[in-house]
Design a protein around this ligand. Structure first.
Ligand code: PLP
Length: 389
């Protein structure tokens, strides 16, 4: 059954119509969840900002990890290649859920696996927002849900980050008290800042009862801080999202997780979700399963990143550049002493160093990803050259 056929089932059509979606919107939902539209192309202004990776350059523009999967994860993936004739040689999805369950202290019934976190983010927007129930995010934050909201006709409201660059959850609720979806990214992309769990709990408790709170923890393993996973054991209106694309070095392998009450997950499955979730390449599943319990290796990678990040920030500050404080992730925002980020980006690219984009809310700043020690040494040398030019 195609996604369009699914959407034409009477009970699904009725649900979508009841939430304010038009016939035209249904075509757009089918294109979005069926993978026939890439929203980067639907919103050219945003897409232009995220330049394609330049092969051979120092790539510190898209928040990837500077190195590949943890060695035990890579070994598990390589081993399972030899059993590639089987759809699932030995209950690998269940092994993944058991491993995640042991680490997070969550029942396996509350865990689903995805090819990264982009699909469940779109799916959650379609399920919980609509033309009549909006989406609220911080500003700046990870923009994917802005594009999805625009595509499905949901109002997107943005509340500026607070004074410490954390999410201002009270301002978020006040900005649209009747939204269908509230999105908190912690640590936040692009600032790397954490939102305290107490603030996340406050938003869960004070938003409309039938609205859903997403906590996107794509970068949480880079922050030695409490996470929101346990919230989903007690509530049926919180969705926590994880990805293996960041600290675990698996962006190209595609593996993500959502944590939620089974009733909430079930709603997300309505639009052909079963064709995507829990149907993943065995290499990614095996790699994730072997990686997730490796607390010492995770800490070592985090410590390595923090040392490199702090050394880089200290260097930039010694050159009189302003760096936003409080990053707990593999990125930071830097301001270029009055030079336009686009020009600095081009000048650094001429030195073979590719940095990240700017956000409209912080137009004088660029996001820089923390790469390896060697990457960041090249970045520092290139910055010195460009600033002196
Ligand atoms: C905050 C955040 N969430 C989700 C994603 C999506 O990542 P993926 O689809 O690779 O899991 C990203 C990627 O940069 C991100 O920064």
């Amino acid at each position: 059954m195609t996604i369009l056929e699914t959407l034409k089932k009477p009970e699904i059509t009725e649900d979508l119509r009841g939430r304010g979606y038009s016939r035209r919107d249904m075509g757009r939902i089918a294109a979005l969840l069926g993978g026939t539209v890439a929203l980067g192309r639907a919103a050219p202004a945003l897409a232009q900002q995220s330049a394609r990776a330049v092969i051979g350059a120092v790539r510190i523009g898209s928040n990837e990890c500077w190195t590949g999967p943890l060695p035990a994860g890579a070994a598990a993936a390589m081993k399972i290649v030899t059993e590639g004739n089987r759809y699932e040689p030995n209950g690998e999805h269940d092994q993944l859920f058991a491993a995640v369950s042991a680490v997070e202290g969550l029942p396996a019934t509350h865990i689903k696996a995805w090819p990264g976190s982009s699909d469940p983010l779109n799916r959650a927007a379609v399920t919980f927002a609509s033309p009549t129930r909006g989406i609220v995010t911080a500003d700046p934050t990870y923009e994917q849900i802005w594009r999805t909201g625009a595509w499905i006709g949901a109002k997107v409201t943005k509340a500026p980050l607070g004074p410490q660059y954390q999410h201002d959850v009270k301002a978020m609720l006040a900005a649209d008290p009747n939204a269908g979806l509230y999105y908190v990214c912690s640590p936040n992309n692009p600032t790397g800042t954490l939102t305290p769990i107490a603030d996340i709990v406050w938003l869960a408790e004070n938003k409309p009862k039938d609205a859903v709170l997403i906590v996107d923890e794509a970068y949480i393993h880079f922050a030695d801080a409490p996470n929101a996973a346990k919230l989903v054991a007690a509530r049926d209106d919180v969705l926590v999202m994880r990805t293996f694309s960041k600290l675990f070095g698996m962006a190209g392998m595609r593996l993500g997780l959502t944590f939620a009450a089974p009733s909430l997950h079930e709603k997300m499955m309505r639009y052909d979700g079963m064709q995507v979730t829990n149907m993943l390449p065995m290499t990614a599943v095996a790699c994730g399963t072997a990686s997730i319990p490796l607390a010492a290796e995770i800490k070592a990678r985090r410590d390595e990143m923090i040392a490199v990040r702090e050394k880089t920030i200290a260097h930039l500050q010694s050159r009189g550049l302003k760096v936003l404080p409080g990053s707990h992730a593999n990125m930071f925002m830097v301001e270029w002493k009055g030079k336009a980020p686009k020009e600095v980006m081009a000048a650094l690219l001429a030195q073979n160093v590719q940095i990240g984009r700017s956000w409209t809310a912080y137009p004088t700043m660029s996001r820089v990803t923390v790469g390896s020690a060697a990457d960041m040494e090249k970045f520092r040398i290139a910055v010195d050259k460009v600033l002196m030019a």
